[in-house]
Design a protein around this ligand. Sequence first.
Ligand code: AQP
Length: 332
Amino acid sequence: MVKRVFSGIQPTGTMHIGNYFGAIRNWVSLQNEADCIYCIVDYHAITIDVDPKELRTASQSMALDLLACGIDPERSILFVQSDVPTHTELEWIFGCVTSYGDLSRMTQFKDKSDKQEFVSAGLFTYPILQAADILIYRADGVPVGEDQVQHLELSRRIARRFNSRFGEYFPEPEPIVRKGARIMSLADPTSKMSKSAGEVHYVGVMEPETSIRKKVRSAVTDVGLEVGAAMSPGVANLFEILELACESVGDTATVAELKTEFADGKLLYSRLKDTTFERLMDVLRPIQERRAKLAASGNVVELLQAGARKATKIASATMVDVRRLVGLGTSA
Ligand code: AQP
């Protein structure tokens, strides 16, 4: 059993149902099982070109999204990464125990750098900062989607290298990967749902109902398969979303019913899409309503600053130990 959980989300773009089902839903339920620290990772966001005028607003907006999804600031620490700048101090130290070869093997860097004209060094070293984010709290569990598992493996290696060079100190954090860890794009079901791929590729958690209906209705499926054939990626993805949504609202019958129709070759994809849309809205509607109320209450900045004070206490204590272990500075 994990004792302390850490995870982060970037404030760029809107939270989508891949983030929700792959990560945030687990963040919420883990609040009943462990000490949870959740972070809006704005340092990570600037690895690509973001508008400085929009970044602070985006961080606050992401905080509202997380609160609406069920992150409870009474039980968890919720804060913005750059409000605890010691994350970057630990990143430098970790950079000195990370090999260039390890970083070069990160597939997400390859994917993301292909989409950039200017490839920053920050985009390349991003997984080192991610290790520092986690380990500065000495967290032993990290809820993530499948796309982040390789980065987590690197965090474990960084912890091991630090421990063998400077003395046993950091735990090796375990990825917590549950159902829904890889939701695919509705427009291209062979690639993962992602904020940066463009509007048609994701369904936003806070998106208006009419727009969600349109996106689900236009999801790519297939032209109809022979009875007994395996599901095409688009149909499998819709079933995955339907299953997750049904599970969230306690509907135990619908998925089995539709799967039987599929197996018998009688399932109309329009029915699959409409049912997926309806169940999805059963999950998203209450979140959207809570989000509207939270936005009206206007205290998100104080709440994030209180979270940062709690996080700073833990992070500062770690850095005192780390500086001593590494032999840095002048104080004992
Ligand atoms: N499609 C997905 N299915 C399941 N889980 C996913 N996650 C992201 N996409 C999916 C998980 O959501 C958490 C927060 O992600 P993030 O915003 O910090 O980073 P990301 O992985 O880079 O998310 P995006 O949407 O794909 O952003 P862009 O397009 O900017 O790269 C993570 O735990 C992630 O695993």
